[in-house]
Design a protein around this ligand. Structure first.
Ligand code: KG4
Ligand code: ZN
Length: 334
């Protein structure tokens, strides 16, 4: 049984897994605290992690119905993430591992997102789309992955959050834009599809955000007048469809180029039903299979950290002796 701990951004989470089964996955979200600021405030995040970490760990052990002595190992997110937030999880994990005399395995947050879907044992292309990252990854086999492309500026989730703020929706923007888009027209505004035609695998979303900002300015009579519901719905649908078109097309193109039949999507933006449906439609057309985890495993959680740690430990990975948090840790193969 493995205990996982995650505090890289704005969720304090602990989970217990056993042979690929999630026995508990406790997530204390800080969304309400940060929403008043329109985004994550690092200082507020680390204070809240500090407040919640003990409770979340105890609750994860309690729900899994196991005494801490029965744990085989402990694992924790080492990076990437907010330095002061990562420190809270890593310090708690270190203390516990020392007291219980258990091995402590540091885990890469994005690698955990990458492997969170229940994958078939065959090569895959993964689209990892979160608030901080947008990665297109080629993985010939488990543990062997290379980043083909990434965002040049805003991450996909960050673009959703910023555009939501521009059009008067709250934080986090992704779920709110998805909801508003349901009653909007995706062709109401002709937003750009950034880097769709470029020959590399990178993404860029800041130009799209600027296009939305200009449209919002032209729709408003003056800076005091808010947009009406129809305008918000149309802007949401048109923006969402531009982002999804770029993500889906480049992912499918990569799968064809690398002759891969399996596609995985993960990270918070993978909760987006429109993205899932569009990718599913294209995968079906191309005879590819699409894998994604339940939404609770797409947004930040400790179960994905513990599940990856378990796979690593079973495949013979040994915990490093000396290591520290790595806020800018890049995703590379082991
Ligand atoms: O993976 P995650 O929980 O945290 C990071 O590691 O960043 O992702 C959070 C991001 C936020 O930007 C949020 O707006 C976005 O995921 N998100 C969505 C949806 N649900 C969450 N974006 C689009 N549609 C959604 N339904
Ligand atoms: Zn994440």
């Amino acid at each position: 049984m493995i205990l996982g701990i995650e505090t890289s951004c704005d969720e304090t989470s602990a989970a217990v897994v056993y042979h690929g089964q999630i026995l508990s996955n406790v997530v204390s979200s800080q969304i309400d605290l940060h929403s008043v600021y329109g985004g994550v405030v690092p200082e507020v995040a680390s204070r809240q992690h500090l407040k919640m970490i003990d409770y979340v760990i105890c609750e994860a052990l309690h729900r899994a119905k196991i005494p801490s002595q029965n744990l085989e190992a402990i694992c924790v997110t080492r990076g990437p993430g907010l330095p002061s937030a990562l420190l809270v999880g890593v310090s708690a994990a270190r203390g516990l591992a020392l007291r219980l005399e258990k091995p402590l395995l540091p885990i890469h947050h994005m690698e955990a997102h990458l492997y969170s879907p229940d994958l078939e044992p065959q090569p895959f292309i993964a689209l990892v789309v979160s608030g901080g990252h947008t990665l297109l990854v080629h993985a010939p086999r488990f543990g062997e992955h290379s980043v083909l492309g990434q965002t040049m500026d805003d991450a996909a989730g960050e673009a959703f959050d910023k555009v939501a703020q521009l059009i008067g929706l709250g934080y986090p923007g992704g779920p709110q834009i998805e909801k508003a888009a349901k009653s909007g027209r995706s062709n109401a505004f002709d937003f750009p599809r950034p880097m769709l035609e470029s020959s590399d695998w990178n993404f860029s979303f800041s130009g799209l955000k600027t296009a939305v900002r200009r449209t919002v300015a032209s729709l408003r009579k003056d800076s005091q007048t808010p947009l009406d519901l129809k305008q918000i719905a149309d802007l949401s649908a048109s923006f969402q469809s531009a982002v999804v078109e770029v993500l889906v097309e480049k992912t499918i193109r990569a799968a064809k180029k690398f002759c891969v039949q399996q596609i995985a999507i993960s990270g918070g933006v993978a909760c987006n039903q429109f993205l899932r449906m569009e990718l599913e439609r294209c995968c079906r057309k191309e005879g590819m299979i699409l894998k994604f985890a339940d939404c609770t495993l797409c947004t930040d959680n400790a179960a994905m950290i513990a599940l990856l740690a378990e796979k690593k430990l079973r495949s013979g990975v040994t915990p490093p002796k000396e290591w520290d948090i790595e806020p800018d840790w890049k995703l590379t193969a082991d």
